[in-house]
Design a protein. Sequence first.
Length: 139
Amino acid sequence: MSKLDGRCLCGAVSYTSDAEPLFCAVCHCRNCQRQTGTAFSIVVAVPEDRFEVTGELSEHVTIGEDHGQPTRRRFCSGCGSPIVTVSESAPGVAIIKAGTLDDPSWLEPQLEVWCESAQPWVPQDPERTRLDRHPPQPA
Ligand SMILES: [Zn+2]
Ligand SMILES: [Zn+2]
């Protein structure tokens, strides 16, 4: 079993990855708030070619407000669990919605993004890097 094994709520979709995570972050953007129905997303990123899904995912595409690139949010059409996001603003990276991991206990976010739309009651941890919006584009 990999620490990056996970599944949706109904079990129709599962996934695994043997990669070491690239980063672990919290996203306070309005789209994540709407998609998850809660205050923020907790995500863990891996190389897209090391991320393997079993089952069928539906997709909703948004265009990033600041980078103008398509962002593809993939979810289980049976139960609606958000599973993974890929964005042309970060090619080759699969951003897993980490609440779907079988074991999320090891997660340790280093970064918080879109803090300008963070809900005001969410505590701010001074130990973590906080960005107002999207991380700078990789060159
Ligand atoms: Zn499902
Ligand atoms: Zn977000």
